[in-house]
Ligand binder design. Structure first.
Ligand SMILES: [Zn+2]
Ligand SMILES: [Zn+2]
Length: 444
């Protein structure tokens, strides 16, 4: 007997989502609605969580529709056989997809419940090891049913996310939470904002400086699920900038993760805080189950690895950091907030990470010493990052497809769009959306 709930998380790149929506909205000669198939790669984590990342959409060709006034769309067996072949050849998870052309979360109709499980059954017959299912789109939401090997009933995924700015997020199995008294002053963020904050899993890597501000603000914002990475213990030299740490924590040599957890639980005793006291690379699965990742790491190499991992698992990645450049005349504080969205410009496209910077850093390895850090740039950058995060997941500001590279000049105290944004392609040439899931290492 298995009592553990099967957790399924589905993510699709924004470009794929837009293309599916546009295609399914087209009218057909006689069918009331259009149908397509969307395919994905599934990663199964050691706790049994399924991560389904969609990579391909195939519309059903016009001639494969059959005239039948009793249902929205009937498609011929050739179209289904074609999909089965692709699922088999590519070892894909396959989903039947169609659109309910309204606002709000769609629900399967009577016809859907009657006609579609058979299609999913055919997919499972050719490739039983992968999950397959039905994905229903509305104009601004999703619903899905997934058939998993070994499960008698269809499973409703925990989250379906279109990874774009702003994200389209649905938690199909969860109840929509009402605005609470605690959050009433921020209700302008949208009627779903309370629910979104409460259901998202937010990852923070690095809690020493900026990360401690992020944790504090996310807890106030109403985020309930945290996954926190830091292997360090607090020392006296941290107290100049570590929000939530107190004098007595030094004597106790408390873990930074424990300080962060204490702060979150003091704000919201119901929060669910998973702490990982190691480098994220030693427990990458804990990161992969997140929905949005914040990085507060010191090095370019560290950022580069984190960004690559986020791209592989279709996770939006928000980087913050500050630096102090010493020169003969004066000290210069600089910093940045970068949003790295899978499929869009990465930190290399933005010129923030370069081979030269990585090489310089590598040459200094072991000889970097304690970097200069002060509290206020961290606070400012973290606040700005929380603003970006909030807009990314709620869309409250109405901005679309925003590229984010904010530069901070600590000597004037100003935050500005980085000048590089004016000269940048919005598509990334460094990472492919097809390189999803666990990397395959080739032996040399
Ligand atoms: Zn339907
Ligand atoms: Zn790039």
């Amino acid at each position: 007997m298995k009592n553990i709930k099967t957790v399924i998380k589905m993510r699709l790149p924004g470009s794929l989502y837009q293309c599916m929506l546009a295609d399914l909205k087209r009218s057909h000669k006689f069918a009331y609605e259009r149908v397509g198939f969307v395919y994905g790669k599934t990663t199964v984590l050691s706790d049994g969580t399924y991560l389904i990342n969609y990579t391909e959409y195939h519309p059903v060709a016009d001639e494969h529709y059959i005239e039948d006034e009793s249902v929205g769309a009937r498609i011929g067996s050739a179209a289904i056989r074609g999909a089965m072949q692709i699922i088999l050849d590519e070892n894909f998870s396959g989903f039947h997809i169609h659109l309910h052309n309204h606002i709000g979360q769609p629900r399967p109709s009577g016809d859907d419940k009657e006609g579609l499980p058979g299609v999913v059954e055919s997919f499972a017959n050719v490739n039983p090891n992968q999950p397959h299912g039905i994905l229903i789109l509305s104009k601004d939401s999703f619903y899905a049913l997934v058939k998993v090997n070994g499960e008698k009933h269809f499973v409703i995924p925990e989250i379906i996310a279109a990874v774009q700015y702003p994200m389209v997020l649905q938690f199909p199995g969860a109840h929509t939470l009402r605005q609470s008294n605690v959050l009433q002053r921020q209700s302008f963020l949208g009627e779903r904002s309370t629910s979104i904050f409460a259901h998202l899993k937010v990852v923070i890597v690095g809690l020493g400086g900026g990360g401690s501000h992020l944790v504090q603000q996310l807890a106030h914002l109403g985020v309930k699920h945290f996954i926190l990475f830091d292997f360090d213990r607090v020392e006296d030299s941290n107290l100049n900038r570590l929000v939530g740490a107190y004098f007595e924590d030094i004597a106790q040599a408390r873990l930074k993760t424990e300080i962060a957890r204490r702060m979150i639980l003091n704000i919201n005793p119901e929060a669910d805080v998973k702490i990982v006291n190691s480098r994220w690379q030693e427990n990458a699965e804990a990161l992969q189950v997140g929905d949005v990742v914040f990085g507060c790491v010191d090095t370019y190499e560290g950022r580069s690895q984190l960004e690559a991992e986020c791209r592989r698992y279709l996770l939006p990645f928000i980087d913050i950091g500050m630096d102090v450049h010493k020169s003969v005349e004066c000290n210069q504080i600089s910093g940045q907030v970068i949003l790295s969205m899978p499929g869009q410009a990465c930190m290399r496209c933005m010129g923030f990470i370069t081979e030269e910077k990585l090489a310089t850093e590598a040459a200094k390895y072991g000889n970097v010493g304690g970097r200069p850090q002060v509290i206020w740039p961290n606070g400012l950058l973290a606040s700005s990052a929380i603003g970006i995060f909030t807009d990314l997941v709620t869309g409250w500001s109405g901005q679309k497809n925003r590229l984010v590279y904010i530069a901070y000049d600590g000597n004037t105290g100003l935050l500005n769009n980085h000048i590089r944004l004016n000269f940048m392609e919005d598509m990334c040439t460094h990472y492919s959306l097809l390189d999803l899931g666990q990397p395959v290492f080739k032996k040399l």
